[in-house]
Design a binder for this molecule. Structure first.
Ligand SMILES: Cc1ncc(COP(=O)(O)O)c(C=O)c1O
Length: 444
């Protein structure tokens, strides 16, 4: 029945009506040109007219297990039939089982979770917990970061999406990353940590509640930190009584080949925020996990936080089924294997296309940075901007049925973790052809 209702509209009607009555994100509405989507399976999705797209961004880096998995669909159906909702003061079986399961897979002694509707709310609650537990106010965050669009998370966000919401929540201090863009490149872990320690000193360590950082920064460039950086951040935080919060909303749940990206550096943060891959977006759910000592703070003190949909049974049931799929299908292992193939394919692009200035990847989390000038490394589009060449590349991908995110001078390669080598090569063949046109714009 539901399918019939969905299939009564043409793609054109879906777009026109959606544009008329709903707002699209981060865009001037006259400029949006959405793809109408009717159905999805595995790594593909289709328009109502049957045009197929290979989903090279797992939608918004979230459908990690792939589309239309029957096991998760059945778990959601079964849950809704038994108990669609119970308020968050109650205990339910999916809530109990998911808390215990996450405690088993989270790093170190992180074994207590507060469930939210998504990543922004997970980060809102992380900073709330940090402030309550430390009695301090300031939060350090990085410039090349995205932490969400709700009021506080928007202020944690370092990238230009923050600008329009300022002035917002006070008390956030932004610090630089080890990465300084295509033209300036990377600092060493030691240089970046020295800068961080200087800022901690200048701000007053006793005023800083937490440092929030993406373990691998996502939309700001799949920035894999140099070895030693995360360990150094952990040491500095411990030394100054500052809580370390890893935002794993995008990097978590297998994307990098580990349950959580921070595992690559054997570091245990004080809190970890998650969403997206937690349910593979079949139903919305986020969470903030905390170490035992932090959870114990709220044994006798009130946790001043709440949400009507906290621990929603549908979200928890979907997360449990999703985690089971990661395990049954050995998706972490597949990500490591396919990640090695993808690394080669990315390097191959770089060796053959003058427009490819940098490639980075970890697991199935990948990005390509395009340059206009090989010698100066001028990006193909300016910071926070676009260019005709990037727009043309986007149009080519769309015509050829490859969906991915293009941002400034970059585009992403973040397919679902169930992808096969053949499918991966299918996507890269389209990218390869697309870059031939972009190459023509390169000088130097
Ligand atoms: C690293 C990171 N943190 C937080 C968020 C916000 O999550 P949500 O959009 O579910 O609120 C995102 C979303 O893209 C993200 O990538």
């Amino acid at each position: 029945m539901a399918t019939e209702v969905l299939q009564t509209m043409t793609g054109e009607e879906m777009v026109a009506l959606s544009k008329k009555h709903t707002l699209f994100e981060w865009s001037a509405q006259s400029k949006v040109d959405p793809i109408p989507v009717a159905k999805a399976k595995g790594i593909y999705f289709w328009t109502p007219e049957g045009k197929r797209f290979i989903d090279f961004n797992s939608q918004l880096m979230c459908v990690n297990i792939g589309h239309g998995d029957e096991r998760v669909i059945r778990a959601i159906q079964q849950q809704v039939e038994v108990l669609a909702y119970a308020n968050p003061f109650m205990a339910t079986e999916p809530r109990a089982r998911l808390g215990a399961k996450l405690a088993a897979i989270a790093p170190g002694d992180i074994d207590c979770f507060f469930f939210t509707n998504g990543g922004s709310e997970a980060n809102e609650n992380a900073i709330k917990i940090a402030r309550l537990a430390t009695g301090r106010n300031k939060i350090l965050a990085r410039y090349r970061s995205y932490h969400g669009a709700t009021h506080g998370s928007m202020m944690l966000t370092g990238d230009p999406r923050r600008w329009a919401a300022e002035p917002g929540m006070p008390g956030v201090v932004h610090v630089l990353d080890p990465y300084h863009g295509l033209e300036r490149g990377w600092e060493t872990a030691q240089q970046s940590l020295a800068m961080l320690e200087e800022i901690i000193q200048l701000e007053g360590p006793h005023t800083i509640a937490a440092f929030i950082l993406e373990s691998v920064s996502g939309t700001n460039g799949v920035l894999v930190p140099p070895d030693g950086y995360m360990q150094g951040v952990r040491e500095l935080c411990t030394k100054h009584g500052i809580l370390m919060i890893c935002d794993e909303v995008m990097a978590g749940f297998g994307r990098t080949g580990e349950w959580f990206a921070i595992n690559h550096w054997n570091v245990v943060p004080d809190m970890i925020s998650m969403a997206k891959g937690l349910t593979s977006a079949y139903v919305q759910l986020g969470a903030v996990g905390m170490r035992r000592a932090l959870a114990d703070h709220f044994k006798d003190k009130v946790f001043y936080g709440g949400l009507t949909y906290n621990s929603h049974p549908m979200g928890c049931a979907a997360a449990l089924a999703t985690i089971q799929v990661y395990e049954e299908d050995r998706l972490l292992e597949n990500t490591r294997k396919m990640g090695a193939v993808m690394k080669e394919l990315l390097q191959n692009l770089q060796s053959r296309h003058p427009t490819v200035g940098a490639v980075r990847s970890i697991g199935l989390f990948g990005i390509v940075e395009l340059v206009r000038n090989r010698s100066t490394r001028e990006p193909m589009a300016p910071f926070n901007g676009s260019s005709e060449e990037m727009a043309a590349l986007g149009r080519f991908f769309r015509e050829q049925g490859l969906y991915t995110l293009l941002r400034w001078n970059t585009f992403f390669t973040n397919p679902p973790l169930c992808i096969t080598e053949k499918e991966l090569r299918e996507g890269f063949a389209i990218i390869d052809r697309g870059l031939e046109a972009t190459d023509k714009a390169v000088v130097g």
